[in-house]
Design a protein around this ligand. Structure first.
Ligand SMILES: Nc1nc2c(ncn2[C@@H]2O[C@H](COP(=O)(O)OP(=O)(O)OP(=O)(O)O)[C@@H](O)[C@H]2O)c(=O)[nH]1
Length: 234
């Protein structure tokens, strides 16, 4: 084991503080929708699970829930910690899924559309679920990479499984796809239900948010943009 890590442990520093120290020393951002996998050492996710479980237990106790006597709540703290770290916010803690890039050997230069891709996220404000669909339009050029169809869904899942706001989520996804595919044009459209507006708050079950990012030829060419919107038939 790394000597520095042993020293931190010996100093009794919580694992979250160790990770935060590395991020701050590097000047790296660690907002709710940032990926911090590069700052987590081997074995630390298990330690983080223990730490978040303990803190969640504290939250349940402060909510005056009898976690010892109530059989339904007994393991809730650990379940919630696991759900956050390994599932719904997993996109913060693991590196990007591997994506094989194939050369555009046939020099394809026609628009392709992928979607709807079902996406699940949570809002950064209340940590309430966001359930939605994403459509991706790609206009390749002969220098673009082609990636497997399933990879669009895997990359979208990685970006969305973090506390997000929809406006930033679509931009993060567009930037990642731009880097992987390097197309002439890229369109990302998302439509989602925000449970912070449905389950609580204003309790408006019908209002959804729709937003998009248009890059390159989708931004510059209104006819191409119209074709994309016409073809996705939401
Ligand atoms: N722009 C944006 N807002 C969002 C998104 N998801 C949730 N919100 C909103 O974030 C806002 C947070 O507002 P606050 O006023 O701080 O929270 P609040 O007092 O609980 O607000 P209410 O939801 O109106 O009860 C709410 O209006 C949410 O509807 C998102 O993806 N984008």
């Amino acid at each position: 084991m790394n000597e520095k890590l042993l020293n931190y442990r010996a100093a009794g520093m919580p694992v979250s503080a160790r990770i935060r120290t590395r991020l701050m020393n590097d000047g790296a951002r660690f907002h709710a929708n940032d990926n911090i996998a590069g700052y987590i050492m081997d074995g630390e996710m298990d330690e983080l699970l223990d730490e978040v479980s303990q803190r969640m237990q504290g939250v349940l106790e402060s909510l005056v829930i009898d976690t010892a006597g109530d059989h339904n709540s007994r393991d809730t703290a650990r379940r919630v910690a696991k759900m956050y770290l390994r599932e719904v916010f997993g996109g913060r803690y693991v590196p990007a899924p591997p994506v094989t890039e194939f050369p555009n050997a046939a020099q394809l230069n026609e628009m392709m559309i992928i979607g709807p891709i079902t996406v699940r996220s949570a809002c950064s404000h209340h940590l309430c679920p966001v359930m939605g669909r994403v459509w991706i339009g790609v206009m390749p050029n002969r220098h673009s990479n082609l990636i497997g169809l399933s990879k669009y869904a895997r990359l979208a899942g990685w970006i969305m499984s973090r506390p997000q706001i929809q406006e930033e989520a679509v931009v993060q996804l567009a930037e990642l796809l731009q880097e992987k595919v390097q197309p002439d044009g890229l369109a990302v459209l998302m439509e989602a239900d925000h449970f912070c507006m449905q389950w609580r708050g204003v309790k408006d079950n019908d209002a959804r948010m729709i937003n998009s990012v248009m890059r390159g030829s989708f931004h510059d060419d209104a006819a191409l943009r119209r074709e994309f919107f016409a073809l996705i038939k939401r």
